[in-house]
Design a protein. Structure first.
Length: 80
């Protein structure tokens, strides 16, 4: 099948990134749920749909329009 989660897994394989150990995924929609579940840290932004929130490990108050991606990277120790 084709999905965002599958695409991210393939990219991580090509880059030598362990999805379940090294990937921070950020999402807001139903098509992000698989990616959020598979990632080491799955983060849903504040305006995410219920399915994405359920799949995430962490739900931010901020929405992606408010810089949620950059803030998530700072909170979890990733260099922007």
């Amino acid at each position: 099948g084709c999905s965002k989660g599958h695409g991210v897994k393939k990219l991580c394989e090509a880059l030598g990134v362990a999805v379940s150990e090294e990937l921070l995924a950020l999402g807001d929609a139903e098509n992000d749920a698989g990616m959020l579940e598979d990632a080491a840290i799955g983060v849903a932004v504040g305006n995410a749909c219920p399915m994405a929130m359920d799949a995430a490990d962490f739900i931010m108050r901020e929405c992606h329009e408010e810089g949620g991606a950059g803030l998530a990277m700072e909170l979890f120790g990733f260099d922007a």
